[in-house]
Write a protein that binds this ligand. Structure first.
Ligand code: FAD
Length: 432
């Protein structure tokens, strides 16, 4: 059985952040990265907007400003901070303030899906050149902690230190690992909401601020705005009960490509449950399945014009007159979102849309499309043994799946933090 000083599961930004930090400081350590896919599946590969401002992407229970800023700085060595310029922010901020809405001004770069792929390839080549081993198309399936080894679909691999960073899609897998290792955890929050798609002319702020971060009352926020050549996409998830459901998302290509004149962004409400609710994740997954039932196995879409009149959208709502642009995500079911979304969440999101329409007039144009559901799940929060995200002796759980980050840069930073913990605890054999 092969043995590595550090075995990293997941080649998303969390796994990469750890691998680069380890090889920067101790190139003599043997490091293996594995991934069940042929390429990182997360945000590096989709859209690749990177936020370099605390606390965007950093769950506040784990991160504080000063040390996080140091790690953001370290991340910029590999994640190019080509910061986008912003304009007229004071004007939007003033309008927002009057309504009790906060507009966060952040340092952000946008590579686009095409350039994100190039970045992944560069990073992987760089790691390869440093002697870090990479095994793609290999899935971790189990762990045998006593023997310090993991079981993949191909072999058994032994480790001195193990980092598991399976991303949001891997949260169910991480949950099983935590159960097996008896890592105590508490239920995490979930984000539930809509993706909005409209013409750029109805959301002109994107010309001044690529991904404006508005924070509305009642834990609603704008998230992941895409423009230029922007598309809504759907991602398939499997619930813990084994049933499939979709969550929508969005991405855009780099500015090298011609604009399609559309913009999309999410409006998400954070929902946290207390006793006796057993699992917020199951609640969100059931909402996803409800949409599968109502939409005949597809996400729902509705024009704002129909929604305001209390009417469901129909096939004909997507042609002609005021409803004059086609949804970029084909194969959704026109319907009535208010039948599928809990009233408490819908009210908060609808109120936020009205506030947003006052700050950036236009978004409530009748042609604007709402897609449902957009769901962000995070694994239950592990109880960590230390500040380095060590959850069991020599086992570190990081990235979005473990709830230590919510974005590319934060995931990278969580990798750095785990690597720092490992470097403090590992005996390094020098060759000289
Ligand atoms: C469509 C989309 C667009 C996004 N756009 C942005 C954006 O523009 N900006 C931003 O900041 N964030 C964005 N995000 C969020 C961003 O992707 C995450 O915050 C970030 O990638 C989390 O990093 P991670 O390393 O924790 O997980 P991931 O990047 O998801 O990587 C996890 C990796 O682990 C692998 N894996 C999972 N389970 C196993 C297993 N059992 N065995 C082996 N490998 C496994 C997966 O294949 C995957 O490659 C987007 C997410 C999606 C889905």
């Amino acid at each position: 059985m092969q043995r590595y000083d550090c075995l990293i599961v997941g080649t998303g930004p969390a796994g990469l952040g750890a691998a680069f930090h380890l090889s920067d400081h101790h190139p003599e350590l043997t490091v293996l990265l594995i991934d069940k896919e042929r390429m990182s599946t997360g945000g590096l590969r989709n859209d690749c907007k990177m936020n370099f401002t605390f606390p965007i992407g950093f769950p506040l229970e784990y991160w504080e400003k000063q040390s996080t800023e140091e790690m953001i700085f370290l991340a910029t060595k590999y994640l190019p901070p080509k910061i986008l310029t912003t304009r007229n922010i004071a004007v939007y901020k003033k309008r927002a303030d009057r309504l009790g809405v906060e507009l966060l001004e952040i340092r952000q770069s946008h590579l686009g899906t095409d350039e994100g792929l190039n970045l992944i390839n560069e990073l992987m080549e760089n790691l390869g050149a440093r002697g870090v081993s990479i095994s793609l198309n290999e899935r971790m399936e189990d762990i045998r902690q006593q023997e310090r080894c993991i079981v993949t679909d191909k072999r058994e691999i032994s480790y001195r230190k193990l980092i598991i960073a399976p991303g949001r899609k891997g949260f169910g897998f991480l949950q099983k690992i935590m159960d097996k290792l008896r890592i105590p955890y508490v239920d995490n929050v979930v984000d539930i909401g809509l993706r909005i798609e409209t013409r750029e002319q109805y959301y002109t702020i994107v010309h001044d601020y690529y991904d404006p971060k508005f924070i509305f009352p009642d834990k609603v926020r704008t998230f992941c705005t895409n423009s230029n050549q922007a598309f809504v996409v759907r991602e398939k998830y499997q619930s813990q009960s084994g049933r499939d459901y979709f969550s929508v998302n969005g991405h855009a290509f780099s500015e090298k490509r011609k604009s399609n004149g559309l913009v999309n962004f999410a409006l998400l409400k954070t929902v946290g449950f207390t006793q006796p609710m057993a699992s917020g994740q199951e609640f969100a997954e059931m909402l996803g399945q409800l949409v599968m039932l109502m939409g005949g196995g597809k996400p729902l879409i509705q024009r704002i014009g129909d929604f305001r009149l209390g009417k469901r959208s129909k096939e004909e709502s997507f042609t002609g007159d005021l409803y004059d642009f086609e949804p970029t995500l084909k194969g959704c079911t026109p319907g009535d979102i208010s039948l599928a979304m809990p009233a408490r969440i819908l009210r908060a999101i609808w109120k936020s849309m009205k506030l947003l329409d006052t700050i950036v007039p236009g978004i409530m144009h009748p042609s604007t499309i709402m897609y449902y559901p957009e769901i962000k799940l995070y694994a239950n929060k592990p109880q960590f043994l230390d500040q380095y995200f060590q959850a069991k002796k020599d086992i570190y759980l990081i990235g979005d799946g473990a709830g230590t980050s919510r974005g590319i840069v934060a995931a990278w930073a969580s990798g750095i933090r785990a690597a720092k913990g490992i470097l403090q605890n590992i005996e390094v054999k020098h060759n000289s």
